[in-house]
Design a protein around this ligand. Structure first.
Ligand code: NAD
Length: 239
């Protein structure tokens, strides 16, 4: 495929690559995204995911929030796929400067990536809302129902829920990486969740690559569009 050859060539030429990704990066690891036909939005629940994983729902109905969250958003058995591995390898080679992700699954770090900006937080960090005590994922998975701290406070995942703002320092750092990037590879994101999707506007270069299974609203802005599964694309490019 001509597009894969171009991507391979651009990666070979560039020494300041930044990757920006979303839920589609982890679907080949068995974690469903939200918007594909087999994604979470198309499964049947009493409320849409956007409602359940919102701040007001968490406050109003923590029991139901945690039931959904533990069942549908935590995948302890998931392993990094070829896309996560390739990005870690490119960082190791000194070509890739940062992974900016909307994912909360920690799979980039599991693959060995060091500079990972988690715009929406991580399921691996959890804090007591009263005393600030830290809990890892195993801690909260072992607790029945709504996880509580010894002090009696409710534990909240360090995940950005709907209605909550993004961490400004992380966002600022992401803007700096993107603004300074020679090549920006965007993959596995529907580019519909703001403000994350707006980050693309800070890129100034002429090597904007979009890798996605389906069309996105930003396809016309890209210098190279590759339609396909991101793990398969990176496997082919790194071979
Ligand atoms: P999204 O669900 O809106 O879109 C995913 C996109 O990836 C779709 O356009 C889909 O066609 C594409 N895709 C799916 N599998 C792919 C593959 N193998 N290769 C290439 N493309 C593929 O996801 P989003 O844009 O990240 O936004 C949804 C929000 O949901 C994010 O804020 C994120 O925090 C959260 N989320 C995270 C996870 C996770 O941590 N793994 C999973 C689900 C949702």
């Amino acid at each position: 495929m001509k597009e894969l050859e171009t991507l391979k060539q651009w990666i070979a030429e560039c020494s300041n690559i930044v990757f920006f990704g979303g839920a589609g990066v982890s679907t080949e690891s068995g974690i469903p995204d939200f918007r594909s036909v087999d994604g979470l939005y198309h499964q049947q629940y009493d409320y849409p995911p956007e409602t359940i994983i919102s701040h007001s729902f968490y406050v109003r109905n923590p029991k139901e929030f945690y039931r959904f969250y533990k069942n549908k958003m935590i995948f302890p058995q998931a392993k990094p796929n070829a896309a996560h591995m390739a990005l870690a390898e490119l960082e190791h080679q000194g070509k890739l400067k940062a992974v900016i992700t909307q994912n909360i699954d920690g799979l980039h770090q599991a693959a060995g990536s060091k500079e990972v900006l988690e715009l929406h937080g991580s399921v691996h960090r959890n804090y007591c809302t009263r005393c600030g005590n830290f809990f890892n994922l195993d801690d909260i998975m072992e607790m029945e129902g709504v996880p509580k701290c010894k002090c009696g406070g409710m534990i909240k995942p360090d995940v950005v829920l709907y209605e909550e703002g993004l961490d400004q320092r992380t966002l600022q750092k992401a803007v700096q990486y993107i603004a300074g990037a020679q090549m920006l590879i965007i993959g596995g994101t529907s580019l519909t969740v703001y403000p994350a999707a707006g980050l693309i506007d800070y890129y100034n270069g002429n090597k904007l690559v979009l890798i996605n299974k389906s069309v996105t609203p930003m396809d016309s802005k890209a210098d190279l569009v590759i339609s396909g599964k991101i793990g398969e694309v990176f496997s082919a490019v790194m071979s």
